[in-house]
Design a protein around this ligand. Structure first.
Ligand code: ASP
Length: 323
């Protein structure tokens, strides 16, 4: 039997519902530990509680701690399953994808309904994750998000619904595989993976969503905060309202990289339009265009990139050449 480590970090999968008040909160003991006899037919399982945090409390520093933990102990196990709150799960998954150095399966999962709620997906998603973690085909595929009978790449997956158990989707390319009652089936694979190990996370990167009529006011407020980098979720193929351009140029002149993603949930940004604020002009001004990442993931990547270099050309390569 394979040896699998489960690392709990908190979130709804680690919580119980108070039947009087309906409030969902963490308990001293992990609610799924008592059900661990379900795991024994799949693998030898060890469990540790790294954090007990709702995922809105998870920061990039927690993500780094988790990555370091996995890098430290991965040679002792055949697979690792991380349980995590779903709100920021995609950011942690992508952080691990960029910083964990192992070929054993690393699965991250969560739940939309806590263990004692009707229709809970907590134990179900954990067992599905164990089944993927012991599957030989899961090796070398990068960090995988397993939820609701689907296997997603950490690069593409995003939370799409506030409450539906089918919340995790990969709108651009779809899931990599499915989990049926009998088997784990991979039907896609990712062609390239990128590794950017870091030993610290010290930078401050803001994320801003563009909107019709946006002007310099909010950008000037962000500039006053002296960030190390800025990610903007632009419009369509990567355009911004024209009254933002002068402020964007100010960031770049001050050596603060500006990374542009799209607020559309599918497609990649491209330098198509040359009008004021159009992607072509923004690129000429030094804005870095991305290859299909969401805003929160581009922010994670920029945080990591800035630990390695301040050279905008190198940062540009990390965003424009890596798919
Ligand atoms: N708010 C919770 C969290 O992310 C939601 C969940 O876990 O599903 O911690």
């Amino acid at each position: 039997m394979k040896n699998i480590l489960i690392i709990h970090t908190g979130g709804t999968i680690s919580m119980l519902e108070d039947k009087q008040t309906g409030e969902v909160s963490t308990t001293a003991k992990h609610p799924l530990t008592d059900l661990s006899y379900y795991f024994t037919s799949y693998a030898n399982v060890e469990e540790i509680i790294e954090f007990s945090l709702p995922s809105p409390h998870i920061t990039p520093k927690h993500m780094l701690q988790l990555a370091e933990k996995i890098n430290e102990i991965s040679s002792e196990y055949d697979g690792i399953v991380v349980t995590h709150g779903t709100d920021t799960l995609e950011e942690t998954a992508y952080f691990l994808e960029l910083t964990v150095n192992t070929t054993i399966p690393v699965i991250i999962t969560g739940a939309m309904r806590s263990s004692n709620e009707i229709g809970s997906d907590a134990l179900y998603n954990l067992i599905s994750s164990l089944r993927v973690a012991i599957d030989d085909e899961a090796s070398g595929k990068g960090v995988l998000v397993v939820m609701n009978d689907e296997i997603h790449s950490a690069v593409n997956v995003t939370k799409t619904s506030t409450s539906n158990v089918a919340t995790f989707q990969s709108p651009q390319y779809g899931p990599l595989g499915i989990i049926t009652k009998e088997s784990v089936i991979f039907h896609h694979t990712i062609l390239s993976r990128y590794s950017h190990p870091v030993t610290q996370i010290t930078k401050n990167v803001f994320l801003l969503k563009a909107y019709a009529g946006m002007d310099q006011q909010i950008l000037e407020a962000l500039y006053a905060g002296k960030p190390d980098g800025l990610v903007v979720e632009g419009l369509g193929q990567g355009n911004l309202p024209k009254n933002t351009v002068t402020s964007i140029q100010k960031f770049i002149a001050d050596n603060i990289p500006v990374v542009l993603v799209s607020r559309c949930y599918q497609g990649i940004v491209q330098p198509t339009y040359a009008y004021e604020g159009g992607g072509k002009q923004l690129k000429e001004d030094g804005v870095i265009l991305t290859n299909g990442l969401t805003g929160p993931k581009a922010r994670i990547k920029l945080l990591i990139a800035l630990e390695k270099t301040n050279d905008h050309n190198l940062i540009r390569d990390m965003f424009e050449k890596e798919k």
